[in-house]
Design a protein around this ligand. Sequence first.
Ligand code: DGT
Ligand code: MG
Length: 578
Amino acid sequence: MKRLLRLIAKQWITYALGFTALVLAIVLDMYNPYYVGSIIDRVILGGELAYLKTALLALVGITFARAVLGYTKEYMFDLSSSKVIVELRKKLFDHIQGLSFAFFDRNNTGELMSRIKEDTDNIMSAICYGFMLFLEQVIYFGVATVILFTIDWRLALVSLVTMPLIEYVVFRLEKQVGKQYEKISDQRAVLNMTAQENIAGVRVVKAFGREKHEILKFLKQNEENYRINYDLVKSMATYNPLIEFLSNLVSVLVITAGGYFVIGGEMSLGTLVAFSNYIWMLIWPLRMMGWLTSVLAQCVASVKKIDKLFDEEPDIKNYQDPKVPEEIKGHVEFRDVCFEYDGASVLKDINIDARPGGTIAIMGMTGAGKTTLINLIGRYYDCTSGSVYFDGIDVREMDLAVLRKNVSVVMQDTFLFSDTIEANIKFGAGEVPDEVFRAACRDAMVDEFVSQMPDGYQTVIGERGIGLSGGQKQRISIARALVRDAKVLVLDDSTSALDMETEYAIQWAMERRKGFTCFIIAHRISAVKNADEILYFEDGRIVERGTHDELLRLRGRYYETYREQYRDYVEALEKEVV
Ligand code: DGT
Ligand code: MG
């Protein structure tokens, strides 16, 4: 809440202008019934025709000034609130971006999206018109009450009698409607998710012949949505006429009682008319209070949710006195590293020494812990025990920005943004010299297919990379890693979708580049056999390690994998040996 108030305080000038316009508009509004009343008394009843011109001019003037002030008020409140929300959203987004991988493992995307969109929208409506109307109605109510008592305290009492009743019904309605709105919002989220999943996963739906089932599922939810909305309309239809009735009852009571005073000569007709106009300045605030309190309550709830997110600290923070190696060479060492996800051991006693310029290949069954291992290099997670060193500095003590700038990762799941191919490749690399960009595209074999596209590197990739083959997407993400010219390159199963020929070409280009330490996770022997050291993982442990030849001689798991992949060739060889 403090965070929000600080942002609001920053916009105090525009808010103050809006507030001034609001007060002035109310003051003018108060003159309206007065002039109407005096027209009746002095012109219609008193025959004072000269006054008509003054009164009408005053009314026109009031209406005009009221319009200008109304515009100023709305504009100022809108302007300041939009600024507050833009700033809040930016801060929230920056904060979320700064959180660690572990946070995203725990929280789902949909929920985070709704913090950024819906909760900030709720706050926006509250601090903009919610807050504005609330102030306005409170002032109307206060001023109108004073005026009514000044005109005639007996009539004022009569009109105030029914007010609690109106307020009671208003709050009853709000309570019911509030619950229904909540249901609608929850249901809308489910409906959106179903629609989104089905559209995003349309290929799976069609491939498995589930169209009918999915349509039925959607129709059912749509019907549920209709039902809840219908309930809402029903509640409105029950309570609104009652509120209308009670509001009009006040008028009837006032006119009846006031009529007696007028007939008895205690009050002029014009005063009565003015009085009954002022009454609406009491009724409207009451009628709106239910809705306004719920808007404000919703805002408080949203602020609490957002505050909780802001309180979330990144697990991985820069060291208080971050170290930077004198010369960045790309020497990566794992010493007795163990890692656990929520208490479940994933990596055990890992020792690796990746010399600058060397290549470490990692093999192993799915779920063996390969991705987890390489995530420790760029410090996306911190190891549970042991240490990872980058050029002799424990990564936990190294400057995080320098570390990540020097560790380039091609992730296992390719993610491309809906942007041009060039922007996707240059993503996060800052200024990229043209030669570096071209060399990266050539080495990652991106040039080969992009040069055939009509828009070349300016081709915009469709949502989630639609329009490119799996291999093409992998090649783009390899180029993305290469343009960064980092000292450590990590390839997580990133050539799996490539044909042998392209894979060789890329490997060959990498050899030629060299000058960086490379970690390659792969399943194909062809991708790992030239590495300086091959590590074979099983259940979070390195069970075999050595060069290709050493591992073949060992006749262990690596050899088994080799046999599987080169069965015919091996059999032929063995026969020859016999
Ligand atoms: P892959 O990519 O299928 O060849 O498998 P790896 O070797 O890359 O496996 P990895 O490191 O992704 O997962 C190792 C184990 O850790 C596996 O049993 C699943 C578990 N694991 C991975 N990510 C998380 C996570 O975010 N939370 C928890 N609790 N466990 C995880
Ligand atoms: Mg993996």
